[in-house]
Design a protein around this ligand. Structure first.
Ligand code: AMP
Ligand code: MG
Length: 520
C-alpha cells in the first residue's frame, strides 16, 4: 500500500470550503469541503477487482492486506490522502434541485500511477458530509454489490464507466425503507471504493452558474480542460470561447457515445439526473439501473420513476440531450452567444442517429451501413417488442449459421407464438439473409464480429438479486463468481452457461429484479 502516491490536483488547484466542520450546510464559492470518512466497527473484504487494482499499481497480495481493508473501509488514511466531498447541484427528474453534492461519497485523493495517470479514489458509503442533507451518508450491501459488479461488468463490455476497486462489508447495520412504503429494516452496511480519472458531473458546473458564481465556474472549467481534455489546448487558446465550445462539443459527443453503448446492450440507467451525468462521458452512479430482459423500450427499473417513466430505455437519448441543454445553459455566461451552443446541441441528434445506425449495423453483422438498412433495424425492434423476447439471447441466436425460426426458441418468454408474428419474423429473416448475402462475408467472420458486440453475459437483474441474497447471508462466493464470468462477457464460457439464462419466472416482478427504488 506504500506504493500508492498521491497528487491531489483537484484540492490543490480549486477553491475549498473554508469551514471544516462536518455540519450540513449550503457551501458557497467552493468546489469541495474537507471531510473525514467515518470509522467502521468490523470491516470484512467481500471482493476486489484485480484489473482496477492494477491501474493503481496494486497486486492481489496488496488487496488482501489489512492495510487495504482498513484504508478502503474508511478506517485509515494513507500518506498523501486528503479526503473531501465535492459540491455540485443538479436537475432531478426534470426539476432544478439546487445544491446536492457528495452526500455519502468521500474522495481520498488522486493516486498517481507509474504510467503517470491520475486516478481519483472515492469511498461510497463512508459516512456523512456537509452535503448529506437529511440522509445518513451510508450505503447498504445490496446497492453496493450492484454498483461494484456493474461498474466492472460495464468496463468489460466496453462501455465508458467509472471503475470499482473494492467492496467491503462494514459490519454496521444501516436502516433503510427499501420501497419507501413504511417498512424500514436494518441491512448490512458496505463501502465501495470507486475509481475514475474524475468524478466531476454536469451538476458541478450547473451549481456555480445557478448561483452566478462565474469566476468559480471559469476556474472549474479551465481546470477540467487542463487536466482531462488537454488535447483541445493544441488547437485552441486557453480561456477562449472557441476552446469552451470545442470542449462542450466533446462532452456532448462522449455523452452520445455512452448512450449508444447503453442502447446496444439494453442498459437502463434509471436516474439520469444531471448530477448523475459524468463530465467525462462515463456511466456513473449505479443506483436503480437495470437490463432489458424482454425487449420493452418502455421499461424502467426505477419504481421511484414508475409514473412518468422519464428514464425508460427508449427515452435515454432524449434525456441525454436534455441534460446537455442544461449544461449549455450553465456555460452561457462564459460564451454569451446562444447560436454556437445550439449548433452543437443540434449536432447531438444527428450524431446520435449516425452512431446508433452504425451500432445496429454491427449488431446485425453488416460490414458497414448501407442505404435501406434502417428499415431492417426498425422492423427488427418492432418484432422484438411484439412478443416477449430476450434481447440479449436473440442477438446471440441471430449470429447462428442457420437462420431458421427454431434457432430463436431460447429467446422467448412465451411458449405459443402467434402465427402472424412467426410469418413476420420469417419474412424479416429472409430480407436479412438477402442483405447478408450482399456483404459476401463468411459465416465464421460474421459470427465473430457479431459475438464481439452482442454480449452473452450481463449482470442480469435476477443474477444481481441472487448474489445479494447470498452476500447478505455472509456468502460472497456468487459475487466473486460473477465478477469472474463478467470479465469476458462476449466469450461463450460454456461452463458458465447458467448465467446466460433468460430471467426465470420467479424474477418477473420480484423486488430487486424488476423493481428497484432509489433507496440504497
Ligand atoms: P442519487 O440519486 O443517488 O444520485 O443521490 C442524489 C443525492 O443524494 C446526491 O447528492 C447523493 O450524495 C445524496 N444521497 C443519496 N443517498 C444518500 C445517503 N444515504 N446519505 C447522504 N446523501 C445521500
Ligand atoms: Mg448521484
Amino acid at each position: 500500500m506504500k506504493k500508492l502516491t498521491f497528487d491531489n490536483r483537484f484540492t490543490h488547484e480549486l477553491p475549498a470550503d473554508p469551514l471544516d466542520t462536518n455540519a450540513r450546510r449550503q457551501v458557497q464559492n467552493a468546489c469541495f469541503s474537507w471531510v473525514q470518512p467515518s470509522p467502521v466497527s468490523a470491516p470484512s473484504l467481500v471482493s476486489f477487482s484485480k484489473e482496477t487494482a492494477e491501474l493503481l499499481g496494486l497486486n492481489e497480495d496488496d488487496c488482501r492486506s489489512n492495510a487495504f481493508l482498513n484504508t478502503f473501509s474508511g478506517n485509515q488514511l494513507l500518506d498523501g490522502m486528503q479526503p473531501y466531498a465535492m459540491c455540485y447541484g443538479g436537475h432531478q427528474f426534470g426539476n432544478w434541485a439546487g445544491q446536492l453534492g457528495d452526500g455519502r461519497a468521500i474522495n481520498l485523493g488522486e493516486s498517481l500511477n507509474q504510467a503517470g495517470q491520475h486516478w481519483a479514489l472515492q469511498l461510497k458509503g463512508a459516512g456523512p458530509t456537509p452535503y448529506s442533507r437529511t440522509a445518513d451518508g451510508l450505503a447498504v450491501l445490496r446497492s453496493s454489490v450492484r454498483e461494484y459488479l456493474c461498474s466492472e461488468a460495464m468496463h468489460h463490455l466496453g462501455v465508458p464507466t467509472t471503475r470499482a476497486l473494492s467492496l467491503i462489508n462494514t459490519g454496521e447495520q444501516v436502516m433503510r425503507d427499501m420501497l419507501y412504503n413504511g417498512n424500514a429494516a436494518y441491512e448490512p452496511g458496505a463501502v465501495v471504493c470507486r475509481v475514475s480519472p474524475s468524478f466531476l458531473r454536469f451538476g458541478n458546473f450547473q451549481l456555480f452558474a445557478s448561483r452566478k458564481q462565474i469566476d468559480e465556474l471559469r476556474l472549474l472549467l479551465d481546470f477540467t480542460i487542463r487536466h482531462h481534455f488537454s488535447t483541445l489546448l493544441d488547437d485552441h487558446q486557453a480561456g477562449s470561447k472557441e476552446l469552451y465550445l470545442a470542449w462542450f462539443n466533446e462532452v456532448c459527443q462522449r455523452t452520445v457515445t455512452m448512450t449508444v453503448h447503453w442502447m446496444r446492450i439494453g442498459f437502463v440507467h434509471g436516474v439520469m439526473n444531471t448530477d448523475n451525468m459524468s463530465i467525462l462521458g462515463l456511466t456513473i452512479d449505479y443506483g436503480p439501473y437495470g437490463w432489458l430482459d424482454n425487449f420493452d423500450p418502455e421499461w424502467t427499473p426505477n419504481t421511484t420513476d414508475a409514473q412518468n417513466r422519464r428514464y425508460r430505455y427508449s427515452q435515454q437519448p432524449n434525456i441525454a440531450l436534455w441534460n446537455c441543454y442544461q449544461l449549455a445553459n450553465s456555460l452561457y455566461p462564459l460564451i454569451e452567444d446562444a447560436e454556437p451552443l445550439e449548433a452543437i446541441l443540434n449536432n447531438f441528434q444527428a450524431s446520435y442517429q449516425d452512431q446508433w445506425r452504425a451500432m445496429m449495423a454491427s449488431k446485425l453483422g453488416f460490414k458497414s451501413l448501407q442505404d435501406g438498412d434502417e428499415v431492417l433495424f426498425e422492423q427488427l425492434e418492432t418484432l422484438l417488442a411484439r412478443v416477449e423476447t430476450d434481447m440479449t439471447i436473440f442477438y446471440r441466436c441471430l449470429a447462428s449459421n442457420k437462420l431458421t425460426l427454431a434457432s430463436f426458441t431460447p429467446a422467448y418468454y412465451q411458449d405459443d407464438l402467434p402465427q402472424d408474428y412467426l410469418d413476420s419474423l420469417q419474412t424479416w429473416l429472409h430480407d436479412y439473409q438477402a442483405r447478408l448475402d450482399q456483404d459476401n462475408r463468411s459465416v465464421a467472420e460474421r459470427q465473430r464480429a457479431m459475438n464481439a458486440v452482442n454480449p452473452k453475459y450481463l449482470f442480469r437483474n435476477y443474477l444481481a438479486q441472487q448474489a445479494i441474497d447470498k452476500a447478505e447471508a455472509g456468502d460472497y462466493s456468487m459475487v466473486n463468481q460473477l465478477l469472474e464470468v463478467l470479465r469476458k462477457p462476449y466469450d461463450e464460457q460454456t461452463e458458465h452457461a447458467q448465467f446466460a439464462q433468460r430471467r426465470p419466472d420467479w424474477a418477473r416482478s420480484k423486488v430487486g429484479c424488476s423493481m428497484l427504488s432509489c433507496s440504497s
